[in-house]
Ligand binder design. Sequence first.
Ligand code: BV8
Length: 244
Amino acid sequence: MSAERNIVVLTGAGMSAESGVPTFRGEDGLWEGHHIEMVASPEGFARDPKLVQRFYNLRRAALKTVEPNAGHLALARLEREWRGDFLLVTQNVDDLHERAGSEKLLHMHGELLKARCRNCGEVCSWSEDLSSDTRCAACGKTGEMRPHIVWFGEMPFELETITNALKSADIFLCIGTSGVVYPAAGFARTAAQNSSCRLVEFNIENTAISRQFRERVIGPVSVELPKFVEQLLSDTHRQAWLER
Ligand code: BV8
């Protein structure tokens, strides 16, 4: 198989756990006694906008206190040194992949550091608190700004691009996700439609989708991912040398 293989990577909250960003279901998916699905939803926002804005304001502010971990840096290295196509899809809304140097990156569930106007649709960078007093710089309306985040029941971003990449992937790495939330939880099945695709799951425990993976790396991403990337790159460099 040529060294010019295509890699697609999917990351979830377990990618950022060792950086100090809490996962969703580690504490049985509760935030201040509320189920995540209740807070991260249009219905939740309509019912109690202040609660939902606070949920995101606290998480946005917390980004200033965390750093990428060795797992984020390993994925950025893989992207830099890989000679085939590479796409990193994250369910995470933090900016740790960017800060680690990843560029071929899609945030399918949106980004904490962006806000969107419900009146005109403008999306802008946003690092401070959002509230009902926040004014849209594009249309001037007040009270229409929301987090640029995909809530439960809303369509994730870039699904067509992601699906096309999965269908031509030779390697699919699924990292730090419980495999509970769709459509991301269905990506392994899409990649497996290419029978020669190598699927590898990285987690510290069994997940809802573990049985779809012939290869599983058990352990924290900050330890296991740098080792895996080193091995993959050295195998590929050797392969390319043999094919000269
Ligand atoms: C949609 C943004 C359709 C918010 C998020 C029944 C069946 C199937 C589907 C559904 C269903 N009922 C409803 C649905 C649809 C729903 C869904 O899947 N619900 C689930 C709960 C059943 N999905 C949706 O609504 C999606 N949209 O389907 O739209 C549609 C069609 C047409 C038209 C319109 C719409 C939208 C889903 C997006 C929701 N938004 N995030 C925010 O962040 O605040 S999802 C949220 O959960 C996060 O993004 C997170 O990424 C995601 C998944 O969680 P994980 O990342 O996996 O995190 P988790 O804590 O669960 O797990 C962490 C893992 O890491 C664990 O396995 C742990 O062991 C591991 N780990 C921990 N530490 C480490 C580690 N691994 C390695 N090293 C470590 N150190």
